[in-house]
Design a protein around this ligand. Sequence first.
Ligand code: SAH
Ligand code: SF4
Ligand code: F3S
Length: 469
Amino acid sequence: MTGTTENIKNQYRAIEAVKAITEHTSIVLGRPLYYHVTTFGCQMNAHDSEKLRGILEEMGYVETDTEDCDFVIYNTCTVRENADKKIYGRLGRLNGFKKKNPHMMIGLCGCMMQQKEVVEKIKKSYPFVDLIFGTHNLSEFAVLTRKVFEDNSAVVKLLDGDNSGLLESLPSKRKYSFKSGVNIMYGCNNFCTYCIVPYVRGREYSRSPEDIMDEVKRLGDDGVIEIMLLGQNVNSYGKTLDNPISFAELLRRVEEIDAIKRIRFMTSHPKDLSDELIDVMASSKKICTHLHLPLQSGSTELLKRMNRHYTKESYIDLAEKIRERIPDIALTTDIIVGFPGESEKDFEETMEVVDRIGYDSAFTFIYSKRTGTPAATMPDQVPEDVCHKRFDRLLELVQRKARERALRLEGKTLPVLIEEKNREKGLVTGRLSNNSTVHVRAGEENIGKIVNVSLKECKGFYYIGDLAD
Ligand code: SAH
Ligand code: SF4
Ligand code: F3S
């Protein structure tokens, strides 16, 4: 990491230089210059996009909700092949906008851009793209943009050093004023054999607890009441720091910040989930009653080949222990169907775990081959039709179980953080501590507040409720 003051100063100088250019263009055009950042992928990317928005605003751009504007950035994901396909599809449309608007800048960043083949393909087949940068170069966005303007040519910057640590010193524009993500670690060292994330996000490292606390305090001072601590495997947080601390200890410290009322985190790897963490969650008043605990497969044999380091039995024991200690907890998960070599028996074991645990919700994915990962060259890739049939059976079970779980809360009165207005008039939408969505018959003045809501009706995956006080 090269988190030097000089580097940060360079970014701010670049922001000023671009601002002079946008101001000039804006006068010539007689209108503001507009930007749009489209995020694909996970919470990490969503958080990175907030940084891009913050920097774009400092550069003088104004946010708009259409991609037909002056600066569009796609913050890409590459976890499954579909994610890549989506980007190529949408780039054609952007080119249409650019033909009408010669001032338009098109930038691509995020995980997909960490792959050389992808960048080559874009340079060759989509030459209208002005700027490509990787996940490690996000903090250099301003300097790179300035270069595009000054050199009047496309700029590509990838895999060169790692400046992620600089990011926290740069501006940010949050989607919600009252809640925010906070990166506690970057990268991933787990190398699950199907997964491309460790290759595109690089090695795992933890930010210091002091830096994290400073950031959370600043957010609290700025009106944030809910934070989401982000990492690919938060349970291994702090292990490699000079003064190692556990994730549970970090949570304890964050809990002491008065302004913060709700604490969430993503993602927990089952192999590293400690009793200390369960204790902290059980005794906390602020940590939300939600745990995302990816299962991936219920077959011990498959889990071994996925390099997950737990068994069907140890996962079930863990989930049951958590449910026992924290009865209100919502357990959610990720499951992959059709990992190479998945037999009918392996799949049945996944179904069995889902049936037994009864997740509050689950993301189910069909295995997608990612070039460069060990699973891509494993024998016995599962035929597509078999994958689809299994996927449908799993989805049916997951949804039935989730509906059963959701019904338990019907009729209760629980705190809801109201997050946004609903498309339907007279309704606002928020979340329970367990992360379920609630549409509340209440006014927009409640947005950003935690209010007690009586959950009148469970609609399967969400509730309709009324203010209780
Ligand atoms: N770090 C997180 C996961 C991030 S990726 C964790 O370990 O839980 C989010 C999810 O995408 C994974 O949990 C997995 O279920 C899914 N996924 C990752 N690679 C995939 C692939 N090649 N095909 C299908 N699903 C995949
Ligand atoms: Fe991918 Fe596994 Fe790392 Fe999650 S823990 S990002 S699934 S390698
Ligand atoms: Fe996708 Fe990158 Fe997240 S590949 S899931 S955006 S870490």
